[in-house]
Design a binder for this molecule. Structure first.
Ligand code: NAP
Ligand code: ZN
Ligand code: ZN
Length: 349
């Protein structure tokens, strides 16, 4: 069995520390991938610290994985040894329900299996994520990636990328759509890049005045400092689509007021508390709130191919795994430009 080095957390108040475990031997449809880079998502922090409840330990987080195939089972068709490969937030699903058949397995009627903090479909194995040297996954949930992309920058596409691409596509963002992206973090900065690439008029809605220049470099046309009441007033009933990536607890109402006629707030941020919504704020302009969770296998591959065509990758700060606890603290202080990515070579030595 492939012995795997990793970093794991043992309980919500612990720190991540070195750990090792066995992956399964690759089956006929499995690929074994040597992990080169893994992005650090805010969901890793929420789950490591059990902020959503029900976390399973020991936990090896990480679901923005780029690597190289070291072994492919004999029924694998998409990959051969030496190919680049990517794994995201989902490693399995029931494969039979309507949503799985439509390749929106992220909305599997029996629930998708997460890459970590999940029990696999054998009912007993604890799924472990990408802060590790290798992963073994059914090829259906493994993506091809263009060698033309910067590989460290491509890792965050597997979660932050698809999580922003999918709702923007669903909302029909196109040339001239007025899009507001709330929160300039890992998700938000890719939300800005995608919206701009679809031809939208993009406004970055942020609590951090220091991020204005970066937002504009990423493709935002306007910058709205949401702590400034007069600026918020100026954008009252303005947007067609607002993508909400806020990781901390907040009320939706403040942002609903920014939506114009039939405007949509797409929720992707996942703070632990339930937000407050006044029906009056929804009724005005016939606004709606829609949630969106990553993307299915078809759309994830489409997004990766789109990124290869447009050369879209994440802005990253590459770290050795030994700095992961410090990276979590910095993310909580909004001190990351704009995604930490672990160079997994640091774990192999
Ligand atoms: P991140 O890099 O930490 O960015 C979050 C951003 O939210 C910050 O940079 C900050 O931007 C803003 N923010 C933080 N605290 C705030 C507050 N109190 N009020 C207003 N804005 C605040 O996090 P991320 O990795 O992008 O993840 C964002 C959220 O999406 C997390 O909750 C994560 O779990 C969730 N998520 C959901 C999915 C999904 O499938 N739906 C997938 C991945 C992640 P400014 O400095 O610009 O204000
Ligand atoms: Zn994520
Ligand atoms: Zn299903």
């Amino acid at each position: 069995m492939p012995n795997t080095k990793a970093y794991a957390i043992q309980s919500p108040r612990d720190k991540l520390a070195p750990f090792s475990f066995d992956r399964r031997e690759p089956g006929a449809k499995d690929v074994q991938v040597e992990i080169l880079y893994c992005g650090v998502c805010h969901s890793d922090i929420h789950q490591a610290r059990d902020e959503w409840g029900g976390s399973l330990y020991p936990m090896v987080p990480g679901h923005e994985i780029i690597g190289r195939v070291t072994k492919a089972g004999n029924a694998v068709t998409k990959f051969k040894k030496g190919d680049l490969a990517a794994v995201g937030v989902m490693i399995d699903s029931c494969r039979k329900c309507r949503n799985c058949k439509n390749q929106v397995e992220n909305y599997c009627e029996e629930d998708m299996t997460g890459t970590y903090n999940a029990i696999e479909r054998d009912g007993k194995s604890l799924a472990q994520g990408g802060y590790s040297t290798q992963i073994v996954t059914d090829e259906r949930y493994v993506y091809t990636i263009s060698p033309g992309l910067d590989l460290a920058g491509a890792a965050p596409l597997l979660c932050a990328g698809i999580t922003t691409y999918s709702p923007l596509r669903f909302a029909g963002v196109t040339k001239g759509t007025k899009v507001g992206v709330i929160g300039l973090g890992g998700l938000g900065h890719l939300g800005v890049k995608f919206s701009a690439s679809f031809g939208a008029e993009v406004t970055m809605i942020s609590t951090s005045p220091s991020k204005e220049a970066d937002a504009k470099k990423l493709g935002a046309h306007n910058f709205l400092l949401q702590t400034d009441r007069s600026q918020m007033k100026k954008y009252d009933s303005y947007f067609d689509v607002v993508l909400n990536t806020i990781s901390a607890n907040h009320d939706y109402e403040k942002y609903l007021n920014l939506l114009g006629y039939e405007g949509k707030m797409m929720i992707v941020g996942l703070p632990s508390e339930e937000p407050r919504v006044k029906p009056f704020a929804l009724l005005k302009n016939r606004r709606s709130i829609t949630g969106s969770m990553i993307g299915g296998t078809r759309e994830t591959q489409e997004m990766l191919d789109y990124c290869a065509e447009k050369n879209i990758v994440s802005e990253v700060e590459v770290i050795p795994i030994q700095q992961i606890n410090e990276a979590y603290e910095r993310m909580l202080k909004n001190d990351v430009r704009y995604r930490f990515v672990i160079d997994m070579a640091s774990l192999k030595n």
